[in-house]
Design a protein around this ligand. Structure first.
Ligand code: ZN
Length: 501
């Protein structure tokens, strides 16, 4: 019974094991490894990437896919079997276009570039990073040529993170909500003296911060029997299986936000991975379906829940008990406004909900031009600064807070940024649907009860793993494709209350 399907998944599980072992090494690199380990780690990751790629593009995969496809036949589109064959066939079709030697080179170059970038950012020295970035951009263009595209090279890279999404579609979605965001931010700027976030900028004991944030994400439903938390410069979540999903955190002793909201964010990612259907675990379908859907989960817990008034109505007394000297006298209204303060800032990861998508639009513009050969890496710092100032009205004081701030390009993640903005849009779109199905969700959140929302997410999003593309999933859940309407409405409601705009 389903013998060919079993043979296929057995083979795929072996490939998955190699990939997940590489994930463990990547986690180690960013949390534990001393700097001296970088060259050897680059070689190790290069070997594993090549091995996994060779296993995926092998004749064995092609044969077992064919056999399984015949056996699965007309099985339901939603079934594990039909989904496995359909999605892995696409993975295979893409993978065979890229030579294994290129895969190894890509892994090695990007692993080494990570250290170069970290050093360049620490020293505010873009020129030290420039040769690495030029090499990566050339490899990215080469990668796009291997993969093929209809319209422009960026389509190919974007499609690796968001199956089926095109550059033109991203541009349409961005153009559709950019003017309203700009107008909203301008209106808020007129009222900027209404909100202060001074209360968040005090000295907060790091271990106390850690304990409080851990209690919050445990309350959300992040299962620590299947997870753990460590410190990293650039926080991330990573999954080795649904039984081992880890998060990392960056702590600052004079600012509450990075650890607190950062942990909520990464827990949102982690709960997605912990919620994948058991039957998909250890297979290529056993992960989040796309970056934008992943970000919809992290941003929902960080912002839609974690920056909401009902949540803080419940959580503020607990935070005050942890930090009585700093926050003992703060009222809910002041605290709520502080964590929702809108102000143009240089660093994307610290941006408020209103300005965040503008940061992404800037990167999207630069990336597509770099890939299309319209912009040179050498000219990036100047272009960045000029366009940043035009968009935000403030000029980055240096490249460390400008073009060098993000890890992504050094890791070869080009075509990745749009997912962050799309994730914001989807967070509101999905949340509205969840509340439509369960109108008691906001009240539950106000009582510290989060499982109504988490169960809905498990049921409607998490369990499906990679079965559906982001577009298929979004239409299934909300009855329409991704749109910016819900997010804009969410922002307008929030800020009309806070700023009177
Ligand atoms: Zn994220």
């Amino acid at each position: 019974m389903a013998e060919k399907y079993q043979e296929l998944t057995a083979h795929l599980r072996e490939i998955h094991n190699v990939n997940q072992a590489a994930q463990v090494l990547g986690w180690d690199q960013q949390t534990q490894m001393p700097p001296g380990g970088a060259p050897a780690r680059a070689a190790q990751l290069g070997t594993l990437a090549r091995l996994a790629h060779e296993m995926l593009v092998s004749d064995t995969t092609a044969r077992r896919l064919d056999d399984a496809a015949r056996e699965v036949g007309t099985a339901d589109f939603n079934s594990d079997e039909a989904s496995m064959v359909r999605v892995v066939q696409q993975d295979y079709d893409n993978a065979v276009k890229i030579p294994s030697s290129f895969v190894a080179e890509w892994a090695q170059v990007t692993t080494l570039a990570h250290e170069v970038w970290a050093h360049a950012r620490a020293n505010d020295d873009f020129r030290a990073f420039q040769p690495s970035l030029e090499r990566i951009m050339n490899l990215a263009i080469q990668r796009a040529e291997y993969l093929g595209y209809k319209d422009q090279p960026y389509d190919a890279l974007l499609g690796e993170f968001e199956r089926g999404l095109t550059t033109a579609e991203v541009k349409r979605i961005f153009d559709e909500h950019k003017p309203e965001l700009v107008a909203l931010i301008a209106a808020i700027r007129q009222q900027s003296d209404k909100v202060s976030d001074a209360v968040l900028h005090q000295v907060f004991d790091l271990e106390q911060q850690r304990q409080f944030a851990l209690a919050v994400v445990k309350g959300f439903g992040y299962d620590f029997n299947r997870g753990r938390q460590d410190v990293a410069v650039h926080p991330f979540a990573t999954s080795f299986s649904r039984g081992d999903v880890r998060i990392t955190t960056r702590f600052m002793n004079d600012f509450l936000n990075p650890a607190l909201f950062g942990m909520m964010h990464e827990a949102g990612h982690a709960m997605y991975e912990q919620g994948i259907g058991e039957s998909l675990d250890g297979t290529p379908l056993g992960g989040g379906t796309s970056l934008s859907v992943h970000e919809s989960q992290s941003r929902m817990w960080e912002n839609v829940v974690g920056r909401s008034k009902p949540f803080w109505n419940w959580a503020l007394p607990k935070l005050q008990a942890a930090f009585p000297a700093q926050l003992g006298n703060v009222d809910l209204d002041t605290f709520y406004k502080a964590i929702n303060r809108v102000a143009p800032s240089f660093i994307r990861v610290e941006a408020d909900e209103a300005t965040y998508n503008l940061h992404i639009m800037l990167r999207f513009e630069l990336e597509t031009e770099l890939l299309a050969g319209k912009l040179k890496v050498a000219d990036l710092p100047e272009e960045w600064n000029d366009r940043f100032e035009a968009l935000f009205g403030i000029a980055p004081p240096n490249d460390a807070q400008g073009v060098l701030q993000d890890i992504h390009w050094s890791s070869g993640l080009i075509g990745y940024f749009p997912a962050y903005a799309l994730g914001n849009l989807l967070s509101a779109q999905y949340y509205n649907r969840a509340v439509g199905d369960n109108p008691g969700i906001p009240q539950d959140i106000g009582n510290g009860k989060f499982d109504t929302l988490l169960s809905w997410l498990n049921q409607n999003i998490h369990q499906h793993g990679r079965k559906f593309t982001a577009d298929e999933l979004t239409r299934r859940i909300t009855g329409e494709p991704i749109q910016s309407r819900d997010y804009l409405k969410y922002l307008q409601q929030k800020y009309s209350e806070i700023y009177g705009v």
